[in-house]
Design a protein around this ligand. Structure first.
Ligand SMILES: Cc1cc2nc3c(=O)[nH]c(=O)nc-3n(C[C@H](O)[C@H](O)[C@H](O)COP(=O)(O)OP(=O)(O)OC[C@H]3O[C@@H](n4cnc5c(N)ncnc54)[C@H](O)[C@@H]3O)c2cc1C
Length: 240
């Protein structure tokens, strides 16, 4: 299905926010979609005029209750689609297909949320937070966000404001490659067992969302299992 890009917002750190207009997609907060990017055939080969379509998955960045679909894409150096999306202009039509995945907030069963993400792994959490806010759901949320440097933090100011204004939402930042301590940062270095334990009073009754690279997701899951979190309490979305 084709969706029209109606708004583009850029952050300084190679992050672009894209808002699309089109048919309503019935998704759950935290899920993803497939974006079909069409590269024009400029090979000079006259025997084919076919364009090349490349598919990539992106998480919904806002609540399903919103009128428009919003995505948040971080530029990957040398990456085909994430680099092309940096240059895209309003009015462009793109194919979006979804929703996809079992990684989502389940309103019936998830009553106490812990989210652990790195880099653009924060994006599905933004959708969940937006949904909780839209529906005025009084659910405690603790979010651990890991980045290399403070410049890499997506949506930093809004997250800090949210954490300061809403006593049900607590956001903790850790930075792995800042040479000097940074004021917004709760930990210099990687998320480890001690850090999670010292910031979580207990693990029972909680649902844990992990989102980030494969290696990040694997190591976070291992720590949670060591902390006696049950597999059934853990939801994972991992990529590359
Ligand atoms: C469920 C899910 C949700 C996701 N959600 C988001 C999201 O919300 N936001 C977001 O920004 N991303 C998200 N991603 C990641 C996204 O799908 C893309 O993988 C990402 O944007 C990179 O795509 P790309 O086309 O730019 O990079 P690619 O072209 O696929 O390249 C990726 C990497 O491989 C390297 N590479 C490419 N070709 C070669 C080659 N021939 N040899 C060696 N190295 C090569 C590139 O340099 C780059 O480092 C998600 C992924 C999944 C699976």
């Amino acid at each position: 299905m084709k969706y029209k890009l109606i708004k583009i917002k850029k952050e300084s750190n190679g992050v672009v926010w894209l808002t699309f207009d089109g048919p309503k997609m019935d998704f759950k907060p935290g899920q993803s979609l497939i974006l079909k990017y069409e590269f024009k055939n400029d090979s000079g080969n006259e025997t084919t005029t076919e364009n090349k379509v490349v598919n990539r998955m992106y998480s919904f960045a806002s609540s399903p209750t919103r009128e428009n679909i919003e995505l948040c894409v971080k530029k990957v150096e040398g990456g085909l689609v994430s680099c092309a999306l940096q240059e895209i202009i309003p009015g462009t039509e793109l194919g979006l297909k979804g929703p996809i995945g079992k990684f989502y907030f389940d309103e019936e069963n998830d009553k106490d949320l812990v989210m652990i993400g790195c880099g653009c792994g924060i994006v599905p959490f933004l959708s969940i937070l937006d949904y909780l806010n839209e529906k005025k759901l009084d659910i405690p949320v603790k979010i651990f966000i890991s980045n290399k440097t403070q410049c890499d933090i997506i949506h930093k100011n809004s997250l800090e404001t949210l954490s300061a204004e809403n006593n049900k939402v607590k956001i903790l930042f850790n930075l792995t490659r800042e040479p000097e301590p940074v004021s917004c940062c709760n930990k210099m270095g990687r998320i480890d067992k001690g850090y999670l334990e010292s910031n979580l009073d207990n693990v029972s009754g909680k649902t844990f969302f992990i989102c980030g690279t494969d290696s990040f997701a694997e190591s976070m899951k291992k720590i949670l299992l060591e902390m006696n979190v049950k597999e059934s309490q853990i939801k994972i979305s991992a990529y590359g």
